[in-house]
Design a protein around this ligand. Structure first.
Ligand code: HEC
Length: 137
């Protein structure tokens, strides 16, 4: 290799190293970030608890907690699973919509509706620590 080629190779390597260290730094986080993320998570859980306790504003005033106090019998750990009411393998949010449309007689929520995400955050938070058992009945 000529001197020029070696210099070029060194420059390329240095460039690559700089590029990857920037990528790594982008993934870096500190305790303040963790605290902020946890606070945001807990605020979504709190919003889910509010929606779960009558926060959907449906006319018949039925709320999730009447049949599922403290998210009991919601079994988030068993999803996805075959759900008889829906006739297919379903995700948790689809079964939540079944309850929104049937006992609550309200319009279903989009999967990415912030209220749907909040309900799931609340349910999963209440059932935290339960072993995952997808497909289980
Ligand atoms: C009138 C009582 C009632 C109300 C109110 C109700 N549910 Fe249900 N829920 C049921 C019944 C009955 C089932 C069906 C149980 C089954 O077959 O798995 C069910 C099933 C579920 C499941 C699946 C449970 C499983 O074992 O797979 C979830 C999750 C759920 N409900 C969430 C909610 C949410 C969220 C709300 C409020 C939007 C709500 N439910 C309101 C009665 C109710």
């Amino acid at each position: 290799m000529t001197g020029t080629n070696i210099t070029t190779a060194r420059l390329l390597l240095a460039g690559a190293a700089l590029f990857f260290s920037t990528l790594l730094q982008a993934d870096d986080f500190n305790q303040a970030d963790l605290d902020r993320w946890q606070a945001e998570y807990m605020s979504v859980v709190a919003e889910g608890e509010r929606v779960f306790h009558g926060g959907l504003g449906n006319d018949n005033t039925v709320s999730c907690d009447q049949c599922h106090p403290n998210a009991s019998n919601t079994h988030p750990e068993t999803y996805p699973k075959f759900q008889q009411q829906l006739g297919k393998v379903s995700e948790l949010w689809e079964m939540i919509n079944w309850c929104i449309m049937n006992p609550l007689e309200a319009d279903p929520l989009a999967a990415d509706d912030p209220r749907m995400i909040a309900i799931q955050a609340y349910i999963n938070h209440e059932r935290r620590g339960v072993k995952l058992a997808p497909g289980k009945h």
